[in-house]
Design a protein around this ligand. Structure first.
Ligand SMILES: Nc1nc2c(ncn2[C@@H]2O[C@H](COP(=O)(O)OP(=O)(O)OP(=O)(O)O)[C@@H](O)[C@H]2O)c(=O)[nH]1
Ligand SMILES: [Mg+2]
Ligand SMILES: [Zn+2]
Length: 318
């Protein structure tokens, strides 16, 4: 994907080089991250790399510049500026999900059940990162719970998020026909709870994904079926797709109140219309947002989530 090239300029990340150090760096893209060990791809060749010192704020999708230490190993000297950065966070720290993605596919399924709270949180994270979000409903072959699941997704469709119905197992060709065209020229990350079928979809969409997974798994050590680390598949120079481990929580402690209220698209028509310009949309009188909840224009569930996220963002310890 990335062309290797000898950069003669000092690293962009501000890392100081000892006088006379070799500055011929190799450009690469991070395709997998496991703790502080990374796999990078440079001109189709996989390279194992590490960071200097304790630095670990590097994400899958990052463009990096490597100081090679052997034919297939290098040290990350600097990270290119990011077009986007998707992350989640708890009280104590943030966790990078992926860099430079252009769209987020939230994968849900007819079974096992999914949590609305997690969908909404992922949508908020996407908006805050300036990344488009789509919902993918997988396993529509499980007809027993299909009607109920579709119904649960209606509020998201009403908010303007596209919903795509697929079944990786029962209709692989139709699934590729639905999702394939959406991927071209984009960097897409699939996220969702465990067991929704993210990896199954990736295996369909990426030729040779299986082989790539096995190779990467061997390099980064995992034998398990469930995805344990994020990995990027470069489809062509402009197109990539990222698989990620299932999550059970999606903290957004890093978002400010202002970012939060704007990340709820249905709030936007009402923002600035509260009696108090600094209204928190909690208990204030004549709050336009709460008025919209009362008259049914905003779902109570979403307003409740907003208040919860606002509460969380006040708890950060970093
Ligand atoms: N019935 C049905 N089962 C499916 C479908 N797609 C995937 N599955 C099954 O769902 C299970 C979970 O699929 P995975 O692709 O591993 O799910 P995942 O989202 O990657 O899970 P994690 O890696 O744990 O986050 C597997 O047993 C798949 O065979 C589908 O369209 N229909
Ligand atoms: Mg998986
Ligand atoms: Zn208000």
């Amino acid at each position: 994907m990335a062309e290797p090239s000898a950069l003669r300029t000092p690293s962009a990340g501000g890392i100081a080089h000892p006088a006379g150090a070799n500055r011929d760096l190799t450009k690469a893209i991070i395709i997998a991250a496991h703790g502080r060990h990374y796999l990078a791809l440079a001109d189709g060749v996989r390279l194992q790399c590490v960071t200097r010192g304790k630095k670990s704020d590097i994400a899958v999708g990052d463009g990096v510049n490597l100081q090679m230490t052997s034919a297939n190993q290098g040290v990350i000297e600097s990270v290119d500026e990011r077009a986007s950065l998707l992350y989640r966070s708890d009280q104590y720290k943030s966790k990078l999900l992926a860099a430079n993605v252009t769209q987020l596919f939230i994968v849900v399924a007819t079974e096992p059940g999914f949590a609305d709270d997690l969908i909404s949180r992922a949508l908020v994270a996407a908006d805050a990162a300036g990344v488009r979000a789509h919902l993918v409903l997988n396993k529509i072959d499980v007809t027993a719970s299909l009607a109920r699941t579709r119904e649960r997704l209606l509020p998201y469709a009403a908010l303007g998020y596209p919903v795509h119905e697929v079944t990786a197992r029962a209709a692989p060709e139709a699934t590729c026909a639905t999702l394939g065209p959406l991927l071209a020229g984009e960097s897409t990350i699939l996220i969702g709870q465990s067991g929704m079928g993210k990896s199954s979809l990736i295996n369909l969409l990426v030729p040779d994904a299986d082989i790539a997974v096995r190779e990467i798994s061997a390099a980064l050590d995992t034998g398990k079926h469930t995805t344990t680390f994020t990995r990027l598949y470069a489809i062509d120079a402009q197109t990539s797709i990222i698989d990620s481990p299932g999550f059970q929580e999606f903290g957004l402690y890093h978002l400010s109140e202002g970012m939060l209220e704007r990340a709820f698209p249905e709030f936007r028509p009402f923002l600035g219309k509260c009696k108090y310009y600094n209204c928190h949309h909690a208990n204030e009188p004549e709050c336009a947002i709460r008025g919209a909840v009362a008259d049914g224009s905003i779902a109570p569930m979403r307003h409740a989530l907003y208040l919860q996220l606002k509460h969380e963002s006040e708890q950060t310890l970093y």
